[in-house]
Design a protein around this ligand. Sequence first.
Ligand code: PAF
Length: 283
Amino acid sequence: MIQILRTKAEVNEALADFRSSSQAIGLVPTMGALHEGHLALVRKAMSNGDVVVVSIFVNPIQFNNEEDLIKYPNTLDKDLDLLEKEGVRFVFKPENHTLYPNKPTLEINFGQVDQVLEGAKRPGHFNGVGIVVAKLLNIVKPNRTYFGQKDLQQVAVVRSLINDLSFSTSMEVVNTVREKDGLAMSSRNLRLGVEERMVAPLLYQCLNFAKGELLAGKEWFAVKEVVMARFEKEPLARLEYFELVHTDTIALVNDLPSSGKRSICIAAYVGEIRLIDNLIIID
Ligand code: PAF
C-alpha cells in the first residue's frame, strides 16, 4: 500500500529503518500529472533496487507565468494509482506552507547555464527549481535521484546544484519517452487542443531533420534557417528557440566537433502551450 508523507518528520519516520539498514533510497521529483515519462524514472529507480519516494509538488516559485501555475493539471488520484501499480512505497506530497513557511530570500546564481534558453526565457525559473530540489534532497536524503533528459537544461542545473553544494546523492538521467508520433511526453500535452496535438510533433520532426542534416555535414546556420522557415509556414506554432548546445554546459555552439557532446534544444508554442524538447546529436 502506497503511503503519503506530508512533512519532513513523516519522511524521517517512514525512511528511518531503510536508512539504518543501508537500503538505497531513490527520489523521483515530480509536479504530478504523471505520464510514461515519469514512470520511466520510477522504473529506473525500481530496477536499481531503491526504495522509491516520488515527490508530488507543484512548485510555485519556479513558475514565472501565473497562468501556467494556475492551469497546471492536477490528477492526484490517477497519479497515486499509477505509482501504486509500479510498486512505489512512498509519495512525498507536502503542502505549500510546509516547504515554504516563508518566501525564500535565497537566490541561486547558476551562472552561464541560466543565461540561455529556458534561463533567458523564464527568468527565475531555475532559481525556483534549484531551491525546491535542494529542499527535497535535504528532506528525503536520497542515495539516487532521477531526472528526465527531456529537461536537458534542468539536468545541467541540478548537476551543478548537487556538485557545488556537495549533496550526497547521485543523479541518473533517463531517456525521453515519446508518443508514437514522436511528441515528447509532458504534462502540458494534456492542454493541447485536437488540432494543436496534431501539430505538436513538429518539434521532434525538426530535431530529427536537423540531426540528419548536421551529421551529413550541413552547416548549423543553414539547418536552423530551414527549421525557422518550416515553423513560419505553420499557423498554429511559433518557434521560440532552436539551438545547438554543449549537452553538459548548455553553452550555445555552432559546430559539430570530432569529439565532444552536442544536443539541439527547441522551445515552441503550439497554440497557447509552450513545449520544449531536445535531441542528443553526439554523445
Ligand atoms: O521537472 C519537474 O517536474 C520540476 O522542475 C521538478 C524537478 C519536480 C522541480 O519542481
